[in-house]
Design a protein around this ligand. Structure first.
Ligand code: PNS
Length: 162
């Protein structure tokens, strides 16, 4: 049983994230989308809400699970007996941070590999931050996120404005 952890903030989960999950399922028997419980960023959705949006997005994928984790990723990977961490790499601009994180994680625990997957080229420009900005400014985010994420964004931003 080969398990990969796909960690991230997922605030919110996008079609780019879903594309990476689909690619990872071709290589691994089990993929766990792991939402980080980190308060270092100002998030639009709570961890539980983000987890719910991930769960709905992966509902039809039998070998994919969603979970939340606290603390060090390397410890979570160990607890899940995973062989790899998967991260999406969109452009060179992602590389520096990803490289640093992968090598630091390797220093902390040499027992798993970090694997980078390139999402479909149509998602190269996509990020949760940009999706939130477009939604806030009244733009159409339907090409970028699953329909239930679009609804959640609209509902959250409506309460923000009220
Ligand atoms: O979607 P993001 O915000 O780019 O994801 C970053 C994330 C959550 C994968 C990273 O911050 C992380 O692994 N956090 C857990 C705490 C940890 O292990 N930090 C040390 C990383 S070298």
């Amino acid at each position: 049983m080969r398990t990969a952890i796909y960690p991230g903030s997922f605030d919110p989960f996008t079609n780019g994230h879903l594309d990476v999950v689909q690619r990872a399922t071709r290589l691994f028997d089990r993929v766990v989308v792991a939402v980080a419980r980190s308060d270092s960023k100002h998030a639009l959705f709570t961890v539980e809400e983000r987890l719910g949006l991930v769960r709905e997005s992966i509902r039809s994928m039998p070998n994919v699970e969603a979970d939340a984790f606290e603390g060090l990723l390397v410890e979570y990977v160990q607890r899940q007996s995973a062989q790899a961490v998967v991260r999406g790499l969109r452009a060179i601009s992602d590389f520096e941070f990803e490289f640093q994180m992968a090598l630091m994680n390797r220093k902390l625990n040499e027992n798993f590999e970090t694997i980078f997957m390139m999402p479909k080229d149509t998602y190269t420009f996509l990020s949760s931050r940009i999706v939130k900005e477009i939604a806030r400014l009244g733009g159409d985010v339907s090409p970028f996120v699953p329909p239930h994420v679009q609804s959640a964004l609209a509902a959250r931003l409506a309460t923000e404005k009220a």
